[in-house]
Ligand binder design. Structure first.
Ligand code: UD1
Length: 367
């Protein structure tokens, strides 16, 4: 069974690592890796390959950055040629980035079966590019692997056949479980001066921001940064900034955000180490909502909605939106000890990749 695994952007790499690892355990599977090149920097891509033991891509489409239409179209064109040449039995896509929909569309037009890992998540906000990518990918995928119960309902409502939907758990949490012990050896705490004289972490928070709805408007970005600066009066806030955000902040010019410590994007192990020791995480990322829930770390999501509701209903996540007052109030509550209790969702146990590969093999043997 020749499986073409598609990656493009940073979170895809975290999700593909456990899947590629599991596929390697089965002699019947020949896993191929196709990197679209949507992300290409050392810190946005290469470091993840090295640290997570992801094999070198068999093909790199080197598409790079561009407008949504341009990027999606370039991937679509280039990946079709690769599919025709490699003749995979299945195309596996993860997540909701432009690479996910582009590769799915090319596969579907060639009649290749598609597996979508992390299917069915919905923010119900069609202004998010990721929401469009999710809805369209799920409409054409043949195997829909979901991380939470809500996703099943969403897919059934959209007319997807129930027997194609598999609740398997969360591959991002597979990666977290595997790498957390190794991440504890990271030197990032020392490098950032976060350790006390006994080498324990002093209290600190972590911030990430990259969604267009938060960073593309200078006004919005300034408001958020001002609110977080206030939180920074209570503890240092480490802010590994995505290139998109760095560009926007540079355009804002010099601002008075001296309590927010901006650093370059971090590799996986350093970032997981920081997350696991932080008192509070403020983010607009999807994956980080899940990782904090799995780690039991309080998370404030700086968006009006989430496509991962289980992190809020069961986990440690609170959706606080973009209102500065709500953000500072929620942060102060957490820092004064009023921490929301959470539990780890069903099947987020580190075995999702195993379940996915078992199902794919079973289905393939039937063909
Ligand atoms: C993409 C995904 C988003 C995901 C995020 C994770 C889509 C629609 N969006 O957003 O869902 O949460 O990745 O990071 O697919 N850049 C670099 N180096 C890189 C990559 C990007 O400098 O390696 C800069 C470029 O200026 C680029 C900008 O960042 O224009 C944005 O990159 P892009 O891939 O378009 O979208 P992301 O914001 O990263």
């Amino acid at each position: 069974m020749k499986i073409a695994n598609i990656v493009g952007a940073r979170p895809n790499l975290v999700k593909i690592a456990p899947l590629m690892r599991e596929m390697k355990n089965h002699a019947e599977i020949q896993p191929l890796l196709i990197h679209t090149g949507q992300h290409y920097d050392e810190q946005m891509s290469d470091v993840f390959f090295r640290q997570m033991g992801i094999p070198e891509p068999d093909v790199n489409l080197e598409v790079g950055s561009g407008s949504h239409a341009w990027q999606t179209a370039e991937i679509l064109k280039r990946v079709e040629t690769v599919f025709i040449e490699l003749k995979p039995d299945l195309v596996l896509v993860v997540g909701d980035v432009n690479s996910t929909i582009a590769a799915s569309l090319a596969a579907s037009k060639l009649g290749l079966p598609i597996a979508h890992v992390e299917a069915g998540l919905r923010s119900f906000d069609r202004t998010m590019p990721e929401e469009i990518n999710r809805v369209l990918t799920d409409a054409i995928a043949d195997y829909l692997f979901v991380t939470e119960e809500d996703a099943i309902e969403n897919l059934v409502r959209e007319g997807r056949p129930r027997e194609r939907i598999y609740l398997v758990g969360n591959v991002m949490i597979d990666a977290l479980k595997q790498f957390l012990p190794i991440a504890q050896k990271s030197k990032i705490g020392r490098e950032l001066g976060l350790l006390d004289e006994k080498d324990s972490f002093r209290p600190f928070g972590v911030l990430t921001l990259h969604r267009p709805s938060n960073v593309d408007s200078a006004d919005q970005l300034r408001k958020l940064m001002d609110a977080i600066e206030e939180v920074g009066a209570q503890l240092p806030i480490i802010f590994p900034a995505h290139p998109r955000t760095q560009q926007k902040l540079a355009q804002l010019g010099s601002q008075n955000h001296s309590r927010i410590r901006m650093v370059a994007p971090l590799g996986y192990l350093d970032f997981v180490c920081l997350l696991s020791h932080s008192k509070i995480v403020l983010t607009d990322s999807g994956g980080i909502q899940e990782e904090t829930t799995a780690l039991g770390v309080p998370c404030l999501t700086l968006r009006e909605n989430t496509e991962r509701p289980v992190t809020a209903t069961e986990g440690t996540n609170q959706i606080v939106g973009q209102d500065p007052q709500k953000i500072t109030r929620a942060a102060h509550e957490i820092l004064s000890g009023k921490v929301k209790a959470g539990r780890v969702p069903h099947l987020w146990d580190g075995k999702a990749a195993e379940r996915i590969v078992d199902i794919l093999l079973r289905e393939f043997r039937k063909r």
